[in-house]
Design a protein around this ligand. Structure first.
Ligand code: SF4
Ligand code: FES
Length: 211
């Protein structure tokens, strides 16, 4: 027996979603855009970045769309002013920590453009600029562009089942290590490329795509 469908309202339009759907699923089913950074539809929701806050009728504050389950009759506002202010600030803060802007084609750059985030207003400490780690023949790490979204680690674990990557450190020391930080080549990496495919900043990318 299939799970009963739920009916929710997204920006005034009624949409039917399966039981278990998230608010982000409903927004996308209704053709509405919600900014996301740590979300990848191929992975279990993580709920870390808070770029996806939306308004939900009756809720005291905006809720993260990627981890909030729909309930029947829910009314969702994808352009909630408070949610968008937080999304703007999250993206601006993330950009302010990078020593250089991510390439225009990256997901982070696209989200920033769509939210109208320009030059960060908070110049200050950034990740230390560093040359790319090119010890692997196909995959390169540009550590300075890592925003600690965890998507590469989850892609390696959940999609590939290889568990080659680990999130390490905190604050400006936060990063991702392959194996015992010996580089991709000496880790369990099978060069599937799932990490590079999901990375929203090109912190992990193909060697051939390095600028
Ligand atoms: S390397 Fe990319 S995908 Fe992995 S945590 Fe950093 S920004 Fe996210
Ligand atoms: S996309 Fe929802 S918290 Fe990151």
């Amino acid at each position: 027996m299939s799970a009963p469908a739920l009916t929710v309202t997204v920006d005034g339009a009624s949409v039917e979603v399966p039981a278990g759907a998230t608010v982000l699923d409903a927004a996308r089913a209704a053709g509405r855009w919600v900014p996301t950074l740590c979300f990848d539809a191929r992975q279990a929701p993580f709920g870390a970045c808070r770029a996806c806050l939306v308004g939900v009728e009756g809720a005291a504050a905006p809720l993260p769309a990627c981890t909030t389950p729909c309930r029947d009759g829910m009314a969702i506002d994808t352009e909630d002013a408070a949610g968008r202010r937080v999304a703007h600030a999250v993206v601006e803060l993330v950009l302010s920590e990078l020593p250089r802007a991510p390439a225009p084609h990256t997901e982070l750059a696209q989200v920033a453009r769509r939210l109208g985030v320009g030059e960060p207003r908070w110049p200050g400490e950034t990740h230390a600029p560093a040359p790319p780690d090119v010890r692997h023949p196909y995959l390169a790490f540009q550590h300075e562009l890592c925003i600690s979204c965890g998507r590469c680690v989850r892609a390696c674990d959940e999609l590939q089942g290889t568990f080659a990557l680990t999130a390490t450190g905190r604050g400006f020391g936060a990063n991702v290590a392959a194996g015992l930080d010996a580089g991709f080549r000496d880790s369990a990496c099978v060069a599937c490329g799932a990490c590079a495919d999901t990375c929203p900043t090109d912190a992990i990318t193909e060697v051939s795509l390095l600028p």
